[in-house]
Unconditional design. Structure first.
Length: 267
């Protein structure tokens, strides 16, 4: 009588970068299949840039010293509006509700890559949104003080900001699994967007608004982007802007990865 040897087959981990690449490529493919979902993310900032410049440029430039370019002042606002809140958090909610995420958690995939892969796809889309808005600014005559390298840095900083903000909708998606809550995540950006130097420089603001502007990280982000466009390689505002991006990213990523850990533990 032959002996029967029982062999247990265990799934083998593919590696961190292989997991990251797999999740990112899936997210990119799904994004390319649904481009109309991101049309408003490009159309709305372009619309407001054209309207704001057309309506206010002459008035504002008459109120400031010669050489003040309101188009260059407004372009960072348009780009920030284009790239903020862009994420695949809604798709993550669908994966949660369909049970796909739970099935994925049964595999040896590295847990962190589940978010990092999605964020990588988000970054690609964010850059793709920032480029045409920036190109419009160049097309209407904005003269970039830092040249081509400054233009690239302008796009990179906007991309980093958009990436830093993605942690908030992912945290909400993983905590709630609720698409309505995820859609409302953009409301978190309203204080960042309007209690800042979106329309007027900080030096002309007074009272409580001036205080809010001073503590708003978006103020320093816009300052860095405007420095690249209007002032040159002035590192003080640029470094302050990068620090603001890093601070928001640290907060949002902490919330997102804690929410992922909580989802994994509950699963």
């Amino acid at each position: 009588m032959s002996n029967i040897v029982e062999t247990r087959v265990h799934p083998r981990a593919a590696g961190f970068f292989a997991d990251w690449r797999t999740v990112a490529l899936r997210a990119v493919r799904l994004t390319l299949r649904d481009p109309e979902a991101f049309g408003p993310a490009l159309a709305i900032p372009l619309f407001f840039f054209v309207v704001n410049v057309g309506a206010m440029q002459s008035f504002v430039e008459r109120s400031f010293p010669p050489g003040f370019d309101y188009k260059a002042f407004q372009l960072p606002v348009a780009v920030v509006f284009a790239v903020t809140g862009v994420s695949r958090a809604n798709s993550l909610v669908i994966d949660i509700r369909d049970g796909y995420l739970d099935r994925l958690l049964l595999t040896p995939v590295r847990r962190g890559t589940l978010l990092l892969g999605l964020m990588t796809a988000d970054l690609a889309l964010i850059i793709a949104l920032a480029v045409p808005v920036t190109a419009l600014g160049l097309a209407v005559g904005i003269d970039v003080a830092t040249g081509i390298m400054g233009t690239l840095a302008f796009v990179v900083i906007s991309g980093l900001w958009g990436l830093a903000f993605t942690g908030f909708p992912y945290a909400i998606a993983l905590r709630t699994g609720n698409p309505t809550a995820v859609n409302n995540a953009f409301l978190l950006f309203f204080p960042f967007a309007f209690l800042t130097t979106a329309y007027l420089p900080a030096e002309v603001m007074t009272g409580w608004l001036a205080t809010a502007v001073r503590f708003n990280p978006t103020t320093y982000l816009l300052g860095a982007m405007r420095a690249l466009l209007q002032e040159g390689w002035h590192w003080a505002p640029i470094l302050k802007g990068l620090a603001a991006v890093a601070g928001i990213g640290a907060l949002s990523f902490t919330l997102a990865f804690r929410a992922l850990r909580g989802r994994v533990n509950r699963g």
